[in-house]
Ligand binder design. Structure first.
Ligand SMILES: [Zn+2]
Length: 455
């Protein structure tokens, strides 16, 4: 007897670039058969008129800070509710907790709402050592940082992330020194670029060079917030050629015209508004006494001075450029860049994947359904060397998201993350039903997935 049988749906077959009709049987966490008729199952799901997709993989997000507000899981629940089954945290140089703590908490809780992978956050380690954001690290400090990164990799981190914009003191040479001392040739490295808008092309060139000279697998993070201020067309031309020349290079992007970060961050240093050709009124406050308001010059300066950790949203990107980064046929994956603090944050934390399928596929028709699914399942799985995920195939992990392509849409807004997503019917993680009709049924079906170099 099977554990779960999904009947009457269609699933994407990326090799044929087509949706195939076929029932899917699950047992012991794996897809065990695909075809027409099967034996009995403990549970049967009718997927008529629905797509049975591999679970969405969020290749770029910001993980939990455990026990904030006494809640065990915050963003992982939003991930699950938007159909994500596996996500990669520790991005933009920022690891919110030591990797060993993160891993142990998930293990002690007996699982997590989604499968979690984690990177070593370079900027976090650098700041922990007392190196100022604008200061260069000494050769001794760089050597200690390189060792710390290696320790995290041996403790199960999947790769290393850098946040170049957040610590302008990090030089090209510092990055190369850290990467060249990591013995793993195939190491995954991601980076939040050094500068956006007017500095976007320069930043992309720098990352292409790091990728080439280090030989590591290099991911340019959230291209949208780097280049969607007038530089996307040229950015994509340069990137697509660079990716053809060096297939170890890739990028991810998210479907919103605003980015979110802390107001004290170097992103908002003097000159930012001139670069974006925007002003204080484009900055939305997500928490505190000016919650759900746009800034004025006075509010912006007050918050930057007194509450630098406060999360704000900057509406500074152009819609057609966001669409171009998503639809790019040569390359690119979908990553939310979501991060939740005190239950608040950018709606991308809760709406990214349904938004791509609802707005960009169904409404705006900037890419086909199967292309979009590929960018949020198999492309990301392969990038993360999860060859048993991201596809509907016998023997693969039963991480599955069943949705209605006619109704799927994001609910989350800049005021609330809790407006439900529409159209997601069922989410299965490791062969267990984790979500049904927007209700979390099992918030422990996910696990921590260690990187390939864990001791
Ligand atoms: Zn970032």
């Amino acid at each position: 007897m099977y554990d779960i049988l999904i009947k009457n749906g269609v699933y994407p077959d990326y090799s044929q670039k087509a949706f195939i009709k076929g029932d899917i049987a699950i047992k012991d966490g794996k897809i065990v058969e695909i075809g027409e008729t099967f034996e009995e199952a403990m549970q049967t799901i009718d997927a008529s008129q629905k797509i049975v997709s591999p679970g969405f993989i969020d290749i770029h997000m910001h993980e939990e800070r455990f026990l904030q507000n006494g809640r065990q899981y915050d963003i992982a629940e939003y991930m699950l509710k938007m159909g994500v089954t596996t996500c990669l945290g520790g991005n933009c140089g920022s690891a919110r907790q030591p990797l060993t703590v993160f891993r142990e908490v998930i293990e002690s809780l007996g699982g997590s709402p989604v499968n979690y992978m984690m990177q070593a956050g370079y900027n976090t380690a650098r700041t922990d050592m007392g190196i100022g954001h604008y200061n260069a690290a000494t050769p001794e400090q760089i050597s200690v940082l390189a060792q710390k990164m290696q320790e995290d990799i041996l403790n199960g981190a999947y790769g290393i992330s850098f946040g170049l914009e957040y610590d302008p003191g990090i030089t090209f040479e510092e990055i190369m020194e850290v990467l060249n001392t990591q013995p793993q040739k195939d190491l995954y490295v991601s980076a939040h670029y050094r500068e956006d808008s007017k500095g976007a092309l320069r930043s992309i060139e720098e990352m292409i060079r790091i990728a080439k000279e280090s030989g590591k697998r290099f991911q340019i993070s959230h291209l949208s917030s780097c280049s969607a201020m007038g530089q996307m067309k040229e950015s994509l031309e340069i990137l697509n050629q660079a990716i053809i020349d060096n297939p170890r290079l890739q990028y991810d992007t998210y479907p919103y015209i605003a980015f979110a970060t802390t107001i004290g961050s170097a992103v908002f240093d003097e000159g930012c508004f001139e670069n974006w050709e925007k002003s204080y009124e484009n900055i939305w406050v997500t928490d505190g006494k000016y919650k759900n308001q746009f800034c004025t010059k006075e509010i912006f300066e007050e918050l930057r001075q007194n509450d630098p950790g406060l999360r704000v949203v900057a509406f500074v990107m152009n819609e057609d450029e966001i669409a171009a980064a998503i639809a790019n046929p040569i390359s690119g994956m979908i990553g939310s860049d979501g991060g939740v603090t005190n239950g608040t944050g950018h709606p991308r934390s809760a709406g990214t994947f349904p938004r791509v399928l609802g707005k960009y596929v169904r409404e705006d028709k900037v890419l086909s359904l199967i292309e979009a699914l590929h960018k949020m399942t198999q492309a990301s799985a392969d990038r993360l060397e999860l060859y048993h995920k991201g596809r509907i195939s016998v023997g693969c992990d039963a991480d599955i998201t069943i949705f209605d392509p006619d109704t799927i849409s994001d609910g989350a807004t800049f005021e609330s993350l809790d407006i439900p997503t529409k159209g997601i019917d069922t989410v299965i993680i490791n062969g267990k039903i984790a979500l049904k009709d927007n209700r979390i049924i099992n918030d422990r079906a996910g696990t921590f997935i260690p990187g390939p170099y864990m001791k």
